[in-house]
Design a protein around this ligand. Structure first.
Ligand code: GAP
Length: 452
């Protein structure tokens, strides 16, 4: 089990190692907007790839979509967001801080004790103007969820995908919410990325599909390394259901600030298709050729945040271990998620080692995301790779020049094996796919050579 880390320490690690920076930092930052650095972008891409692989490519009942962020403004009237996507807010009359009314228990400001205004409703959608004229008629919204892009394309996809229901349409993309109380690092942002699937089913089968997706999504996190005891499932009570939902479950993660939503799995019924059919005048029903019935499908929606998942994966992977007189910090990230899969480390900068180390690196980088590092002692370099979650380091030493063998060092156990260069790429591929370190390729052997 890994050690718990507080949010400040994670923010600092992410900045120090190049995972995540505050947006527009040189101008003082823009709150609740974040920039992903060289390692953060790899982590985020890996999360999205793992989701896409499991939700779309590995199934034959799901197809993908990439709809535009800006949509016809009627979309948000039909979806209920113009009228309903709002939070009650209160302002402090002294320090001017703004709070969500349901986050403050009394009529005094939690920050300074000042008097609070009466609650007012505040719509969380960002507005902008479409075209050259800044007038009310030209207002469009930045989408607060990707789901509506799927609903308005339901008929297009059904007409072209050559599939029957049950069928899902999956989408990954940016969403924007003018959150009143954003914060907790990348947990609640004003600009963020979502991974959403709208799974269209026959009414009456919806409850069983809701359970199915809850289990699938829970297992996705566990299979990618999140410890089960840090996850829980929570059913929404009737009074907290979103305006479109008949039922909803959250997969919660035990974040440093307590149990909080990681992903929502909702039964949206036929709310969205019915609304869009009414507002657009288009028929969005489905004709089932097997039963010869026509109906408006129900929708089960697993909806996850990329940023929030990245935070959960980072927090869960964080570990510290006593190591001689120091503490070894490591991210035990699943190999599929680790930003760098393999680091290539010549034992030193000695000129004799460079050609072979460069050759090994050139070969490995064709297949894996790699890093070449020859600065400082090899021990320091191992620590750096541990801290960014690199599963394997490959070390080239003087003996390698003689016997054409190199060392593979495992992040979690720090154990090392020695393998022929000719076997290296395949052996690493097998280990990244889960093969234990002590399964040796032909000509390989256990290695006690380098103390870590
Ligand atoms: N289409 C359904 C929907 O939008 P939601 O529960 O509001 O449902 C789904 O959002 C997921 O999106 C959340 O579980 C969370 O992971 C992520 N999310 C929502 N708002 C977010 C924000 N302000 N910052 C980061 N992630 C957010």
């Amino acid at each position: 089990m890994s050690v718990k880390i507080d949010m400040e320490k994670m923010v600092s690690l992410c900045k120090r190692r190049g995972f995540i920076f505050q947006s527009s930092e040189i101008y003082g930052g823009l709150s609740a907007c974040w920039d992903y650095g060289p390692l953060g972008i790899e982590l985020k891409r890996n999360i999205k790839d793992a989701w896409w692989r499991s939700m779309v490519q590995a199934r034959d009942d799901m197809v993908g979509l990439d709809s535009s962020i800006l949509m016809h403004p009627q979309t948000w009237v039909a979806s209920g967001h113009v009228a309903g996507f709002q939070d009650p807010l209160v302002d402090c009359k002294s320090c001017r801080r703004r709070w969500r009314a349901d986050d403050v228990n009394e009529d005094r400001c939690p920050e300074c004790g000042g008097e609070l205004t009466e609650p007012r409703l505040f719509n969380l959608m960002f507005k902008t103007f479409f075209g050259a004229v800044e007038e009310e008629a030209a207002v469009v919204y930045l989408r607060p969820e990707t789901a509506q892009g799927v609903f308005v394309n339901f008929a297009n996809v059904m007409a072209t995908a050559r599939k029957k229901l049950p069928l899902g349409i999956a989408q990954i993309g940016k969403a924007f919410r003018n959150e009143i109380t954003a914060g907790n690092f990348i947990f609640r942002d004003r600009e963020f990325e979502m991974m959403e699937a709208e799974f269209f089913v026959k009414p009456g089968t919806d409850e069983q599909w809701l359970k199915y997706w809850l289990e699938e999504r829970f297992n996705w996190y566990v299979n990618l390394g999140i410890q089960k005891e840090n996850l829980r499932i929570r059913e929404h009570s009737k009074d907290e259901l979103a305006h479109y939902a008949r039922a909803c479950y959250d997969i919660d993660y035990l974040f440093p600030m307590g149990w909080s939503e990681l992903e929502g799995i909702a039964n949206r019924g036929d709310f969205d298709l019915t609304q869009h059919a009414q507002h657009s005048g288009k028929d969005l029903s489905y004709y089932d050729p097997d039963t010869e019935e026509r109906y408006v499908p129900y929708v089960i929606e697993p909806s996850a945040g990329v940023d929030r998942s990245a935070l959960a994966f980072l927090l869960d992977a964080y570990d510290e271990e006593p190591d001689k007189k120091e503490i070894r910090v490591l991210l035990r990230l699943h190999p599929d998620l680790a930003p760098i899969k393999v680091a290539v480390l010549p034992l030193s900068r000695n000129e004799a080692l460079v050609p072979m180390a460069r050759d090994v690196h050139a070969d490995l980088r064709q297949r894996f995301m790699t890093q070449y590092d020859d600065a400082q002692s090899v021990g320091r370099r191992y620590r750096r790779q541990d801290e960014i979650g690199t599963p394997f380091c490959v070390t080239i030493d003087f003996q390698s020049l003689e016997d054409k063998q190199v060392t593979i060092r495992d992040r979690d156990s720090m154990k090392q094996i020695r393998v022929p260069v000719a076997e290296l790429k395949n052996s690493l591929a097998a280990k990244l796919a889960g093969e234990p370190l002590d399964v040796l390729p032909p000509g390989g052997r256990y290695w006690l050579g380098f103390p870590d």
